[in-house]
Design a protein around this ligand. Sequence first.
Ligand code: ZN
Length: 440
Amino acid sequence: MNKLSEILNAPAEACAADGERAFELIRELYPICRSITGDGVRATLGRIGERIPLSTFEVASGTTAYDWTVPKEWNIRAAYIRNARGQKIVDFADNNLHVVNYSTPVNRRMSLEELRPHLYASSEHPDWIPYRTSYYRETWGFCLTQRQLDALEEGEYEVVIDSQLEPGNLTYAECVIPGTSSREMLLFTHCCHPSTCNDNLTGLAVTTLLAERLLKCEHRLTYRVVFAPATIGSITWLSRNEANLHRIEYGLVLGLLGDSAPLQFKRSRRGSTPIDQVAEYVLRGQYPDARLVDFSPYGYDERQFCSPGIDLPLGRLTRSSNGEYAEYHSSADNLEFIRASALGESLRAILQIIATADSNQRYLNLQPKCEPRLGKYGLYRPTGGSGPNRFEYALFWILNQSDGEHSLLDIARRSGIPHGELAEAAAALEQAGLLRAAED
Ligand code: ZN
């Protein structure tokens, strides 16, 4: 088994093939009509479950989660608008964004005047279908391009939405990947959007590939990967897992990972937790264009994880942020909008953040009185005279700073030696019996 920390010293192209694989998974999941509940979510989690072991949870409609209630379950088979000549002028079968997500069933004839209040288009982008939802207000509607809307003639229309909105379940899934420690890193991504790519298929695909990698390597932390609908999903998950939140040492909300904007890390509510320190170290050191932004109580599910009564050490990694690009929540957030190379780079950056966190321990020097004789342990060159090489330099720094107070990241920042090199040196010192972890 590989060590997770190997990614820290791997070349930049190490995740290029994974970027292509993430893109293929997105292509596979793209046609499925997802929502915050229903069979689209189950089908999506089913496909992901073919790649990584998933435990799926079903939470009944009406279940209370803090101030919220799990809604009715929504499923849809078909929807269309047919004009007086019998032509389908808007059809869910062409693009599932055509129906307002969570629309109640309809099947009747009506005038254009009656239909019009139920139609949504974007005059700014006349060729795009907007993505609209009506989760918490029972109504129905269609989304169409401005050109389709402008072309509608007076007359009678047949309007059909073959949907069901009935008591059922909310579905979410977890993949737990145990490490040598019970301390956890939470990786959360939302799974509730229909055919839109950057938001949220890139999050689903990159998170799936991350889990695949973590399953194949040795690591310290236990990784808890959660796929759940946005907002109600994270709220429901939190309400059912509150007793275990104390185990979470690091957390990341992941999404919007395939567009061409530079990487962006949004800090936790407290702003100085371990994930803030690790993400800043990795991004500042390796991704000069990356943006680091402070917490704000709007965005994705960090809103719930960083609410004051939860307050987890959790940040958010995206490229663009929500609402920051024109194609957001429209049919233009499609397969053409995202890039495999951006997915690969996102995956690599997240793996580096994870690997840095995973090896970011405090250690105790077991020979703290004067320097140990490294040659005795096979850790120092037999011939003297020249100065220490990089590896030896790393050994000296770790031994000097390992009094149980300084983490490997503290030592990296103080010494200027890359965290990955320190992690290798620490492993060698542990092997030689000169060092042990101060935690756990
Ligand atoms: Zn969204």
